[in-house]
Write a protein that binds this ligand. Sequence first.
Ligand code: UT7
Length: 332
Amino acid sequence: MFLSKIVGMGMYLPENVVTNQDLEKLMDTTDAWIVERTGIHQRRFFTEGKDTTASMATEASRMALERAGMRPSQLDAIVFATLSPDYYFPGCAPLVMRDLGISGIAALDIRAQCGGFIYALSVADQYIRTGMYKNVLVACSEIQSNILELSTRGRNMAVIFGDGAASVVLTRHEEQGKGVLSTHLHADGTYAEELYMPHPGSRRKVRLTPEMLEDGSMLPYMNGNAVFKHAVVRFMEVIYEALEAHNFSVQDLDLVIPHQANLRISNYIQQQLGLPDEKIYNNIQWVGNTTAASIPLAMCEAWEKGILKPGMLLCTPAFGSGFVWGSALIRM
Ligand code: UT7
């Protein structure tokens, strides 16, 4: 029976660091409010003309491939997760393929917002488990700073989100009990409009009007309280679902890397699971919420710091717009 395992991780953060003090100058907010409510101190914003969602993913992917000791030509498929693609269409996966200097392999984009990495990982894992493909690149990247309203009206979202990219390379192996053990995916469209971007979509004959620009409906909207309340419940559910699928208990976990939605959510998970500090990894403090890229970015960082080590049992729960939520259980 084939299984998949992660053999390389890479990341890219735009060089432009935006601190809470920078945001204080643009809107009615304070460093103290942002740190207390979100845990975030700074995030990165892309540089126009240098970074695109696809180009950042290409950089992260090159790093992941190099660390995997793999050439781009060895890939069989690229699965890309983002809510902020370069173009309305086509998706970013073909662009990354082009930038990596290859062509002809499978390429698809996943639209699962903050659940993007888990969904993309799941698709890649299933391709490998079925024997269809051997080497699959999962690329996650977001440029969100240009859809945030950097003013008091948009402050509840503007202080949270950041830009960044991260990729993982998955390869086929046959050692049972190692690699991606399982993925668990869920969604409930009932709450789709609690965190969404209404325009420019296909519901209206004219996709973008001066009124939409004026009233802010072409900007993302979030009912922060509703998202928060659902998130804390779903995060816990999918962690336990992953553990129960393998008869593991919380004590078996070596590390939890949750989607970096809000440090208060991560702290809640840690407290509910009774995890010591060394068993949960967060980097939202320095990169903000990077949506689809957030889990692989934190994984890559944890690996670079020697915190995420071979043999560890890792759980990566996520929750976000859709609502979608899910988790992966990985024996590194
Ligand atoms: O990753 C995808 C999923 N996303 C999430 O999981 C995010 C979940 N939600 C959250 O993280 C939190 O709900 C927020 C950080 C967005 C907001 O925190 P909160 O503790 O839920 O604050 P709130 O929305 O209840 O707002 C409290 C007050 C309000 O003022 P009043 O009505 O009490 O006078 C807001 O207007 O804080 C005000 N406020 C701000 N004040 C300063 C909202 N945003 C800001 C801000 N700076 N940036």
